[in-house]
Design a protein around this ligand. Structure first.
Ligand code: SAH
Ligand code: SF4
Ligand code: F3S
Length: 470
């Protein structure tokens, strides 16, 4: 970069002025505003919502779980399927009514992937919205809020400058619990023909190793024991290493594993094409890395995989899984599946069923194909009728859910390490996560919250495990 962020980003003066004014208000006790952030979509958005809270804290906004009391409401949105995007407009309708009758000075922002994809449309469809900001512009929130309060009308910020966002976000992180997401990579260059992500999040960009490690250290200092390194294509990570070279995800994981206090590491979401030997070896050799891998295939038919532009065949995926299992025999696999991609016949769908039977998944996410305007899939002939998609989804989910249940039941009698994340609904009931990510309930004293304990599994359902302290 030739220009310093200060020269490049002139409105920072407004930003700084707003922050200084707000800080003096906080110091004088004049200002304690509330922000309600509602998060839709993937882990990237969960992380971004936390970071928005970090940005707003120095200007006097404290998070609240009650939208009714909020001075600022932020919807952090998802555009991945039609339903996800439509939810935003119905929520905005509710907010408008509430604002009109109870809180006319409430400010409303729409962030995230719907903001990026449909920014102008949101502003015209929902005049209640004061600010629309894309996923790479969260550091500009204080400046935008200051402008809105000065009465500038609706504001739209949807520039792409991923690294600028990370450079400008404040250092302080206030993690909520003992397990935290850490974004190491954003964006996607894969252009699967069904997917909006390359358009809403932009090109693949990796944060430097130094940045990632500094943030991981901060999280550890705040008591975080488990970090999930996240990215739309996390295993395409190629951030600048401490030796001036590009580092792989495997290298980064081994480096993060050296940080005291961090006992568990996960990473998601990986693409089969970027699963290199070094990462597979790291899965086998790094004890802090949990034995769980989310590796979506989407469909089992080579014809459909090709039409989706996934860049690999089913045989290649199967071979990859065999390699991963050889390196880490106890690994639990998770996957994403789409049924009813344009042109998918019953025979193609049977290939997806065969894939699930042959591979075996411990957990999964499965969806009906949803037409996304602007993606190549939307223009393809032979769209599959809704009732057929529904029928395929029901059959696929019956198989996937059975596998999930069987996998959970196979753990009965085993002793698993559980990171205790909080207390359960009943007195003395604790809740945590197993290495395989299932929610696990067991009895124990509250002071175990934040610890990693051994739990003997005594019962299992499809979604969770029950056990007792071992
Ligand atoms: N980067 C990840 C996935 C991100 S989106 C990957 O490559 O696997 C999460 C999941 O949503 C996808 O894996 C896919 O299964 C699903 N998805 C994405 N676009 C979709 C669409 N148009 N219709 C239905 N499901 C979709
Ligand atoms: Fe979407 Fe494909 Fe990129 Fe995943 S790899 S984010 S499914 S385009
Ligand atoms: Fe949704 Fe955007 Fe994530 S579209 S799945 S919130 S990257």
């Amino acid at each position: 970069m030739t220009t310093s962020p200060r020269e490049k980003n002139a409105p920072r003066d407004v930003n700084e002025a707003a922050i200084i004014a707000a800080k003096s208000d906080i110091a004088s006790g004049k200002n304690s505003k509330k922000v309600f952030i509602k998060t839709y979509g993937c882990q990237m958005n969960v992380y971004d919502s936390e970071r928005m809270a970090d940005v707003l804290s120095p200007i006097g906004y404290a998070p609240t779980d009650a939208p009714d009391h909020a001075d600022l409401v932020i919807l952090n949105t998802c555009h991945i399927r039609e339903k996800a995007a439509e939810k935003v407009y119905s929520e905005l309708g509710r907010i408008r009514k509430y604002k009109e009758t109870n809180k006319p000075d409430m400010k409303v922002a729409v962030a995230g992937c719907v903001a990026q994809a449909e920014g102008a449309e949101i502003m015209s469809r929902a005049p209640v919205v004061d600010m629309v900001l894309g996923p790479q512009t969260y550091h500009k929130l204080p400046e935008m809020i200051a402008k809105v309060h000065r009465g500038t009308g609706q504001l739209l910020e949807t520039e792409f400058d991923t690294l600028e966002k990370f450079d400008e976000l404040p250092e302080l992180r206030q993690p909520k619990g003992f397990s935290s997401f850490l974004t190491i990579q954003e964006g996607c260059d894969k252009f699967c023909t069904f997917c909006v992500v390359p358009y809403t999040r932009g090109a693949e960009v990796s944060r430097s190793v130094a940045h990632v490690v500094a943030e991981a250290r901060q999280l550890a200092a705040h008591g975080v024991r488990e970090i999930t390194l996240i990215g739309q294509n996390v295993n395409a990570y190629n951030g600048l290493g401490e030796d001036g070279k590009e580092w792989t995800l495997g290298q980064l994981i081994r480096h993060v594993a050296l940080i005291g206090g961090i006992d568990r590491i996960r990473f998601t979401t990986s693409h089969p094409r970027d699963m290199d030997d070094d990462l597979i070896e790291t899965l086998g050799n790094e004890p802090k890395l949990m034995p769980y891998l989310h590796l979506p295939i989407q469909a089992g038919s080579n014809k459909v995989l090709h039409a989706m532009n996934r860049g690999h065949t089913y045989a290649e995926y199967k071979e990859l899984i065999a390699k991963i299992r050889a390196a880490r025999p106890d690994i639990a696999l998770s996957g994403d599946f789409i049924v009813g991609f344009p042109g998918e016949t019953e025979t193609d769908f049977q290939q997806t069923m065969k894939c699930v039977e042959e591979i075996g998944y411990g957990s999964s996410f499965s969806f009906k194909y949803s037409v996304r305007p602007g993606t190549p899939g939307a223009g393809l002939p032979r769209q599959v009728p809704e009732d057929e998609k529904q029928d395929r989804l029901v059959r696929l989910q019956a198989l996937l859910y059975q596998q999930q249940q069987d996998f959970n039941k196979s753990l009965i009698g085993q002793t698993l390490s559980v990171l205790v994340e909080g207390v359960g609904r009943k007195d003395d009931q604790l809740f945590g996560r197993s290495p395989y990510l299932q929610g696990t309930h067991f009895d124990g004293p509250k002071d175990l919250v934040g610890q990693i304990v051994n739990v003997k599994i005594t019962d299992a359902g499809r979604n969770s495990l029950v056990g007792e302290l071992a």
